[in-house]
Design a protein around this ligand. Structure first.
Ligand code: SAM
Length: 206
C-alpha cells in the first residue's frame, strides 16, 4: 500500500490537542458548507483521528464515514468513539462504487503524499462523488495572501513530522499541485485561513 504509516502513536495522540485551536474555524467552515449543500452522505478521505467527522456528527450530519491508511491514526479515531465510522482503506484505491457520496473531504492530506498518490486520491474522490456533489479540499497554499509567519509555521510543522512527509510537502508546494488537480472543475466556494497559509476550496464534481 502506498502512503504507509507516517504517524507514530505519539503523534496520533497529540494531533487533535495540538491542532484544536488553530483549525477550529476550518472544521466549522466545512460543517457549514456541508449543511448548506444539504448533503446526506459524506466521505472523509484520509480522515486521520476523525476530528472533522466528530464536528460533522455533532452538527447532526449522520451519514459520514472516514477512511485512512494509518493504524495509529485510526486507533485514535476509534478511541474518539468512531469505531464504526472510520475504517482502514487506501484513499487512492477505494472499494466504493462510483457516485456513492454527496461530498468528499480531503483535508490536510494531499500535501504529505507522493504526487502520484495525491493525484490518485483526488481522482478517486471525483469518481466516488455524484455529479453535482462537492469536493472539499483544505490544504496549505502559499501566495501573495500568505504572511511570512504563516509560511514559516507551516514549514516548521511539516519539518517536525519529517521524513517522506516533509519531502512530499515541499514538492506539493513548489509545484502547486492543488491547482493542477482541480483544473477544469467548477469552483463553488473559496476561503483562506491561518494568516493565508491554508485554503479551503469547494469544487463541484462532474
Ligand atoms: C495530516 S493527517 C490529516 C487528517 C485529517 N484529514 C484532518 O483533517 O485532521 C493526514 C492523513 O492522511 C492519511 N493518509 C496518507 N496517505 C493515505 C492514503 N493513501 N490513504 C488513506 N489515508 C492516507 C494519513 O494516514 C493521515 O492520517
Amino acid at each position: 500500500m502506498p502512503g504507509h504509516n507516517h504517524y507514530s502513536p505519539f503523534l496520533a495522540r497529540i494531533y487533535d490537542k495540538v491542532l484544536h485551536f488553530p483549525i477550529l474555524t476550518i472544521r466549522n467552515s466545512i460543517v457549514k458548507t456541508i449543511i448548506n449543500g444539504g448533503a446526506k452522505s459524506v466521505i472523509d478521505m484520509c480522515c486521520g483521528t476523525g476530528n472533522q467527522i466528530t464536528y460533522l456528527r455533532k452538527a447532526g450530519i449522520k451519514g459520514v464515514m472516514g477512511i485512512d491508511i494509518s493504524d495509529n491514526m485510526l486507533h485514535q479515531a476509534w478511541r474518539n468513539g468512531l469505531k464504526d465510522v472510520c475504517v482502514k482503506m487506501d484513499a487512492s484505491d477505494t472499494t466504493f462504487q462510483g457516485n456513492s457520496f454527496d461530498v468528499a473531504i480531503m483535508s490536510f492530506s494531499l500535501h504529505e503524499m507522493l504526487a502520484e498518490t495525491a493525484q490518485k486520491v483526488f481522482l478517486e474522490s471525483k469518481r466516488i462523488v455524484k455529479p453535482g456533489g462537492l469536493l472539499i479540499l483544505v490544504d496549505y497554499s502559499f501566495d501573495k495572501h500568505t504572511r511570512p509567519l504563516g509560511r514559516f509555521s507551516a514549514r516548521a510543522l511539516e519539518k517536525f513530522v519529517g521524513g517522506d512527509h516533509y519531502r512530499n510537502f515541499k514538492f506539493f508546494m513548489a509545484n502547486n499541485l492543488l491547482s493542477k488537480f482541480a483544473e477544469g472543475l467548477e469552483l463553488k466556494e473559496q476561503k483562506r485561513f491561518l494568516i493565508g497559509a491554508v485554503g479551503m476550496w469547494v469544487f463541484i464534481a462532474d
